[in-house]
Design a protein around this ligand. Structure first.
Ligand code: ADP
Length: 290
């Protein structure tokens, strides 16, 4: 089993934006959640790992491979599902997958037919294989994206924001597919959706403004916060005051009334009640609590 090791990776775009700053992560087999808000640097990292973009500094290894320099070798064992990808709307899933299989080096027709059928089946698209891609739903498109990413039989699978825009049933189905694959693959799931990480990932990192704020397993990260999260129902016009006085990590509505969550080492007096920490608290305490 391979581990992906990222060491002090930095990337600055020509417009001056520092998208990654000294990112170091160690990612074992299984599902790894890379969680961060829009603009955090997730896609930049995913594209570098997928050999589509160069880093300025740092090193990345996967097993014995140098990811940043041995691009050709890496491309043979990597699968990448980008955030958005174009599909030819007028051809069928089966025809396009077959075509992509040719490009990936499946030259033997019989073997190619077999892998195409296997992947369509695995992603639950076999019954829709003759349908035109233009008529596919968001979830079907994403599953097709996974099917094409699996043509290399990847040991490293990178999926960038895969569940954005999927309905709950499709999202669930997609999650099941990923967790099946995770048994013998390093899968990096980039997302801004805390639920995705909570449901799927054995390990995670939180990234913001190009920097890793936390790497941990979700259970442990939640455990670290127990006893430190308090909530209170407030009036809307008090919010600014509370924000000044406390580390407010969440503002929500409950039955139409504003509720805040704060991060505090000590029990605050005036009407706050302690609550059990969850992964959302972990996320927002990293993003807002620093
Ligand atoms: P995320 O995937 O977490 O939303 P990105 O990696 O897309 O984050 O972006 C990180 C930062 O880099 C953002 O500030 C974004 O505007 C900037 N950025 C991304 N791609 C480019 C690019 N090609 N040229 C210049 N800036 C970019």
């Amino acid at each position: 089993m391979h581990t992906l090791k990222i060491n002090n990776l930095s990337k600055r775009y020509s417009n001056g934006v520092q998208a990654l700053k000294n990112v170091s992560l160690e990612i074992p087999t299984g599902l790894f959640g890379l969680l961060g808000p829009n603009g955090a640097g997730k896609s930049t990292l995913m594209r570098i790992l997928s050999t589509l973009q160069d880093a300025d500094e740092g090193s990345v290894t996967f097993g014995h491979l140098n990811v940043l320099t041995q691009k050709k070798e890496l491309r043979k064992i990597i699968g990448y599902l980008p955030q958005s990808f174009g599909l030819y709307p007028k051809i069928s899933a089966e025809v396009l997958l077959n075509h992509l299989a040719v490009l990936k080096g499946w030259t033997n027709k019989k073997q190619r037919k077999a892998i195409v059928a296997t992947l369509l089946d695995k992603t639950n698209l076999y019954q829709d294989r003759r349908k035109k891609l233009g008529g596919f739903s968001g979830g079907m498109r994403q599953r097709f994206g996974i099917a094409q990413a699996l043509l290399t039989n990847p040991k490293l699978l990178i999926v960038d924001e895969p569940t954005a825009g999927l309905d709950p049933t499709e999202r669930n189905r997609f999650h099941n597919l990923l967790s099946e694959l995770a048994e013998d693959t390093v899968i990096i799931l980039s997302t801004h959706i805390v639920e995705d990480v909570k449901e799927l990932c054995t390990n995670m990192a939180i990234i913001n403004q190009g920097q890793v704020l936390l790497q941990d397993n979700p259970r442990n990260a939640i455990e670290q916060l127990q006893g430190k999260i308090y909530q209170k129902e407030i009036h809307k016009d008090e919010l600014a005051d509370y924000k000044e006085q406390y580390v407010v990590i969440a503002e929500k509505l409950f039955l139409g009334k504003p509720i805040i969550h704060i991060l505090s080492d000590h029990a605050p007096q005036n009407g706050f009640t302690p609550i059990a920490a969850d992964l959302e608290n972990v996320y927002f305490s990293q993003i807002f609590g620093k």
